[in-house]
Structure formats: C-alpha cells, structure tokens
Design a protein around this ligand. Sequence first.
Ligand code: BO1
Ligand code: ZN
Length: 268
Amino acid sequence: PVRWDYSVSRGPHMWSRLFPEIACKKFQSPIRIYTDQCEFDPTLAQRPLVFTAGENCCQTLENTGSSFQVTGSGYSVITGGPVYDQYQFLQFHAHWGSNDLEGAEHVIDGIRLPGELHIVTWNTSKYRTPQDAALSEQFDGLMVFGILLKVASSDNQEFGKLIDLFSNISYNGEKIDLDYEKVSLSSFLPNDMQNYFTYNGSLTTPMCSESVRWIVFREKMGLSRRQFEQLRQLKSSCRGDHTTSGYIMQNFRPVMPLNGRVVYRSFS
Ligand code: BO1
Ligand code: ZN
C-alpha cells in the first residue's frame, strides 16, 4: 500500500497525487464553517442527539503513527439528531498542531483552534461491518463527531487519564488495554450535545472516503498548554526504527472546498 503522512513529501498536499482517486472527489472534509451562512434546520432541534453508553466502550489505547486512538468494543450508541439509523461507537482520536495557533481541522467563523477530537461511529442499521460503512461512499455510512479543543487554564481531568498512559504508547504501533482504567466515552462528549453544525463530507485521511455525516459541536473542550505539549510528544516512528524520527504534530488536513454543500445548524 502507498504510504501517507503529514510530511511535505507524503502529506495532505500530496494525497491527491499519491491516491489519484482523491483528486476528483468533491465533497471533502474538513471545511470552513461560518455560523451565519449555515441553514438553521428546526427539525434537528426536535430530535435530540442521544448518547447511550455501553460497557467496556473504551477498550484499547494505541499510537497509530498519526494520532493516539481509543478503540471500543461496541454497544455505545448514538441516535437522533439528523439521522434515523443507529450508530455505534468505533474509536476516537485527535488532530493537533506544532503550536497553539493550529491543529484543528474544521475552522469555525475564521478561527483555527489548536486541536480537534473525533469520535467515529458507524451505521449498524444499514451496514454489516465498519469497513463496509467506511467504504460505502454513502454519507450515511459513518457519523463522526468533531469536538474542537481550546487552550484552558487548567488540566482536563478525563483527558489527563489518557495522557498519563502515553508513556506506554510513545511509539507508532504500541497499544495497551484500558480494562482497568475506567475511561468513559461520555466524558469526551460535550455537556451540550444539542448545539451543532452538520454536513455531508469525508474522512480526513486517505482514502478520504465520502462516507461521513459530520457533526461538529458548538461547545469546545479545554486542555491545558501542558496537555497540548504532551500530545506533541507522541512519536510517529516505530520503536527501534532510527531511519525516521519525529513526533506526531501537525496531523491535520487543511480545509477543503465546500462545492455548493449546505451546512446546517441545530440552533437559531
Ligand atoms: S476522521 O475522523 O475523518 N479523521 C477518520 C479518518 C479515517 C478513518 C476514520 C476516521 N478511518 C477509518 C478506516 C476504516 C475503519 C474506521 C474505524 O476508520 O478507513 O477502515 O473501520 O476505525
Ligand atoms: Zn480525525
């Protein structure tokens, strides 16, 4: 398989050359969102988004070489909002920058925040496997929840639990069980799940499949400066591999053209 990353030679500006299929895709993510240019959809407010936590929803924590990732076993589901199908939790990961002036993928009202958390869910009503859902090229395959990360004056306790474990996943490919850590997915969702933007888009990494209903929450999550620094300490190389060095930082894709899509908001 063709390798991709966030470097100059294999990074976002090269993805459409490395994977020519990507070049002709029109409904890509992330995008710029302007609150006053979104269309208010009153039906969204009538159908609240509901998250139901299942047991063992956060099973493993790993370094994927392009982010940290918490993977679940299933049974945590999200219903309501813009969709009628049931979506099951798969994994969450994040994107961040080399400094506090960049890192988020979605840019809201012209402001680029230092990071963005992505909670990835798949449609269990229509598809057989997460893979089928991701490759469907139907906007109902996956639903990804974006939570923008901002700098806060104090540590985020729940995020801190994960960061405390980062010494076990310093290198690409390293993975640990979370069985005894009691990481709860609900603490990574915003308190206010009813105010959000939603649009049809893509995965933000190759193959950038156009299979995603995006939900970007209005409420942001705060991490301390120290916690952002700790994200930037994860390594993109494998343990013992001295041919490459480097840290996971600037693992975000630049904004892509809207190409006539409408972004809806759940609030007036
Ligand atoms: S993102 O949230 O748009 N940054 C994003 C990017 C890539 C994936 C997921 C979310 N990759 C997909 C894989 C599937 C896999 C799924 C869940 O993640 O393409 O094969 O099933 O881990
Ligand atoms: Zn992501």
